[in-house]
Ligand binder design. Structure first.
Ligand code: ATP
Length: 378
């Protein structure tokens, strides 16, 4: 795959940006109104891999279906490039086939009675593309998704990961302005999911296409995205690049959803340019304070398990060092996950498997001041 550029692989795709304003969608269920989307505003740049991440029922799929045109919003506007494809105010609702979008679903949605070639050729045949053009473009798309030579294979005689690559080739062959993915890896087993995730990342980065990706899997979101929008109850809670979302979110819900997080109530005692010393139930802790919460301000200190480290030099008196007791630990391969108690506070840490600890042991842990951060609390 390496250094090949998009033009060698597929026709250049005119990636477009996507702008969503005030999108609202209500459903009725058992006589009750459910607000699936609540005034959603989003700008997705062209060539960006943009992920909608959130717990089950937060409205991700509804938003994707509204963009595609499979769902009609109650209010708001959606524009793709220069085209308004939906506007409640202007009375515009472009049908899905006119929106120029490609979609890859969770369930592959490939045709079982067709071979691989015919599956990929399907959108081109529907547009009466010439036979020689179809041949060339399907071959290029199959080469791109590394299924060269698979054209005659019955589509059902492929692994799940290969079927998903057929679905991707079929979406790409039509040269969509934006490609949308609805949890495309969730039917694959853990190992295949990891492999396919890497391939997908490579494909999308090389293609320079605008992609909107729906998932509730945080690792997938972190690994694939240029930016992530975290959703909760029909609203966008925060938008940012993966590192910002992981290391410097403004929101305790996001901190907890994107990775395991120890959230400790804190009050700022001293604040400098970048860091602060906060008072907590276990004692003073130094942490990053990029929000510049002032002295006396209330915060949540977010300490991810991997940044609370066991320190074997127990006599050390450095700041951020605490004595604790191991309550419980489990071996997860690359590390132990341990629950420790410091005073009345329970925290989760990850511990190197080489460190010999048992439940009941007293240990010393140190909080990494550069990776623990403060979230303002009201
Ligand atoms: P998941 O990750 O489980 O797919 P999601 O984030 O994609 O969830 P949506 O499927 O968009 O969430 O659903 C948002 C809300 O709207 C949920 O409360 C859901 O129950 C409700 N909902 C979705 N479709 C309908 C429908 N056709 N009729 C009634 N309620 C619906």
């Amino acid at each position: 795959m390496g250094g090949r550029i998009q033009e060698d692989l597929l026709c250049p795709i005119a990636a477009m940006d996507l702008r969503i304003r005030g999108l609202t969608r209500d459903y009725e269920s058992d006589g009750k109104r459910i607000r699936a989307l609540d005034h959603v505003d989003l700008n997705i740049d062209s060539n960006e891999i943009f992920t909608l991440l959130g717990p089950s029922g937060c409205g991700k799929t509804t938003l994707l279906r509204c963009i595609v045109g499979l769902e009609t919003p109650d209010a708001g506007e959606i524009a793709i490039g220069d085209d308004i494809v939906f506007s409640s105010e202007k009375g515009i609702n472009m049908p899905p086939e006119k929106r120029g979008l490609g979609m890859v679903f969770q369930t592959y949605a490939i045709w079982p009675h067709m071979n691989v070639f015919e599956n990929v050729a399907y959108p081109l045949r529907a547009r009466n593309t010439s036979r020689s053009d179809i041949q060339e473009r399907v071959e290029r798309a199959l080469r791109f998704v590394q299924l060269e030579g698979f054209g005659n294979r019955p589509a059902t005689r492929l692994s799940g990961g290969q079927q998903q690559r057929v679905a991707l080739a079929r979406a790409l062959v039509a040269e969509p302005k934006v490609i949308l993915f609805d949890e495309p890896l969730s039917n694959l087993d853990a190992k295949l999911r990891e492999e396919t995730r890497k391939q997908l990342h490579r494909f999308l980065t090389e293609l320079k296409i605008t992609a909107v990706y729906v998932t509730h899997d945080r690792v997938e979101a972190l690994a694939l995205s240029d930016r992530i929008a975290v959703m909760k109850q029909g609203r966008i809670v925060e938008v940012g690049d993966p590192k910002k979302i992981y290391f410097d979110t403004d929101d305790p819900f996001v901190a907890d959803f994107i990775g395991r997080a120890n959230l400790i109530p804190a009050t700022v005692r001293h604040s400098s340019e970048t860091h602060a010393i906060v008072d907590t139930a276990i004692g003073p802790i130094r942490a990053r304070n990029s929000r510049r919460i002032p002295v006396g301000g209330k915060a949540m200190l977010c300490a991810r398990p991997e940044f609370i480290r066991v320190d074997l030099s127990a006599s050390d008196t450095r700041p951020n060092l605490f004595r604790g007791n191991v309550i419980h630990r489990i071996f997860v391969g690359e590390a132990y996950e341990a629950e420790i108690r410091i005073g009345e506070t329970l925290l989760t840490t990850t511990i190197d498997p080489e460190v010999a600890i048992e439940a009941g042991d007293d240990i010393t842990v140190v909080f990494d001041a550069d990776h623990c951060f403060l979230i303002p609390s009201s």
